[in-house]
Design a protein around this ligand. Sequence first.
Ligand code: ADP
Ligand code: ZN
Ligand code: ZN
Length: 803
Amino acid sequence: MIVEVIVDVSAYPIDRPFDYSVPEHLEALVERGSRVHVPFGNRKVQGFITNIKEQTDFDISKLKEIQSIIDVEPVVTEELLQLSKWLTNKTLCYEIDALQVMLPAALRASYKKNIKIINSSELDENFLALFGKREAVSYDVIEKAGYLRQMKKYLTQGTVQLETVIKQHAKAKTIAKYHVVANKEFIHEQLSNLNKTAIKQKELMEWLLIQQQASFTMEELKETANSNSSTIKALIEKNILEKDKEEVYREISSLEYDDKDQRFQLTEEQSMALAKINHAQDNAESTTFLVHGITGSGKTEIYLNAIENSILKGKQAIMLVPEISLTPQMTRRFKLRFGDQVAVMHSGLSVGEKYDEWRKIWRGEVKVVVGARSAIFAPFKDLGLIILDEEHESTYKQEDNPRYHARDVAIWRSEFHKCPVILGSATPSLESYARASKGVYTLLTLKMRAKEQALPTVNVVDMRAELKNGNRSMFSIDLADAVREKLDKKEQIVLFLNKRGFSSFVLCRDCGTVVECKQCDISLTYHRAGEQLKCHYCGHEEPVPTKCPECTSDHIRFFGTGTQKVEEEIAKLFPYARVLRMDVDTTRTKGSHERILKQFGDGEADILLGTQMIAKGLDFPNITLVGVLNADTTLHLADFRAAEKTFQLMTQVSGRAGRHDKEGKVYIQTYTPEHYAIELSKDQLFEPFYHKEMQVRKQYEYPPFYYLTLVQVTHENVLIASEYARLATDWLRANLSEQTMVVGPTACAISKIQNRYRYQCLIKYKKEPLLIEKLQQLIKIYRTEWMKKGIILSIDLDPSTIL
Ligand code: ADP
Ligand code: ZN
Ligand code: ZN
């Protein structure tokens, strides 16, 4: 017996299966989709069996043997094996990466296998003897005794069962924190005494001086401050930093709620949408539906009903939500409706717990999985429905290999299982809406809120006018008044602070102008070094202006605000308010996100201050005021999707207010109130926004009119990085069709990450039949020649951001 094995050596230049022979005693366990240990070179590596055959094109006497079988039952189903082939080609990754991504993390580590007796009367005496008095023995005992064939037979009959034990780390987990313990004077003093060669220390001290916060993780110091361990150590010795440990919670057990499942008489819009979806399910049609419904229109209720239909038919369903909206509130609704038939996969689970949920799916013990992106690979064998809620969210795209989009995988699986897909959103992505307009997807629209509440009143506040009136605070007069009013009424307030993503821009506080690239229609990115503004799409550069090009004001400068600064201002303006803060810093530990939400839901605070992550999922009756402090940060992100992202965010945020009986109010503060993304989000006018934004995309040749592929080259040496980016760009330009545009190379907006310099080029095309083939050739050149030089080449077909 011969098997084809995809081996786990992704640094290897060749990506194809290797043939191995199977020793006779292991033959009984060989199955497609099981993992094995095989010799490779002089190492022992893991691999997946992707095929079983009797013949080989190689010299059979020279074939190596597989060493052992890791899985007693296959971990990848036949369907997922096919999917991995498709994924490899679609995302240009190694096949091993496509296979690994489908498995829960626990299976990537080692685990222990036990065989447990279910019905001893059916077992042969000698086999039974292996157990002695025990109920279960380790797989190794059976393998050593040479009883694998019997074991396999009993497993199939169900007279014995496989049990797997994931080694859990029982000890409390801690992470190191570094605190700034010196004051600014002291740091300045140390800076002036510093040895000239201590450049890294100087950089870190200067960085610390401009930070708002005082505590950092190692990761932050390394990645954001671009420092390293020895520099951090040096600052500890200089008594600037101090290190201690903070406990990380593994998980908080599911929070308790005492309410019951609510069932509603569906609204007419809901019933119509549901009827179409159920019709597709009943007729085994792999239709993709785009459910476009304003916030609160009852989309989730439709999902629940459609899943119910799927379960009635004996089938299974996958419900995907973005990780951040995988709140206890959301999962509770599914648990209440479907009870034990639901598996929930979220990042709050330990590796072992995730694996347990995965096993339930594998064994068919549950009918529904609710989870984030990777749950799209749930090994269900008879899918009846796949749902992506908030389909426009960029978290559905994986940012490293394999760079897949969950939507594409969903559609592939729906075709395989002949079942429908539902994409749901209040603000669909332009791509999806364009497909729905063309009839590729079936559009279902919900225009009314389910409980017939009015949409909240949205007030856009012009921050330019505030400045003119002498108000330099981050709070406009109107917003501050509204906060006071709600505090008096003991109602709750959500304040939303857009964090400046990675790119920063220059804005005129008098007229709202942001300096943009004329050719690419995106904001230029501010680079402190040399006070330059750069377009990282086309490479255009110009110095930072000292006067606004529109109104000649000199109030033009770099824009950004920290959460901490806002907190201080809140303390000053509303001294009696109880404030909860939710951002990356306060939600680093497992379960903290849920804990903060629960505290807020229980009324333990008046104001919830947070970043993007509070835009979704919040559904508390007492929230009646939402304030967006700085809408401009997303609006001027150096990304062609900036306007789309702003519209989505504003709509989501507004949807948080007045979801229940009390009327809601929203204030959006901005320096560009006239921008269409802001104007149209006020009344959730998606369609006008869509048409306007499509014109811009057409004019500047962006998706969905053109496809994009992003090619990035990184290296520790800036010259090598730029040289090879140039080589890649030139090679592509020479090899792709003439009408395809190859733009660049340019430095990326984030020009350096983890000490690697980053360069990129963009491929823009309408039709490029050669694309995959040529990119594969480029990858081959890279793997055989460039890789040894330490270069990393990454290719993203259809990137979700270009930073
Ligand atoms: P969406 O997912 O579109 O934001 P939800 O499904 O969460 O909307 O519904 C919004 C609110 O309306 C929820 O509190 C939900 O319980 C309620 N709801 C949904 N459908 C109905 C209905 N048919 N009748 C009354 N209330 C409903
Ligand atoms: Zn101006
Ligand atoms: Zn440009």
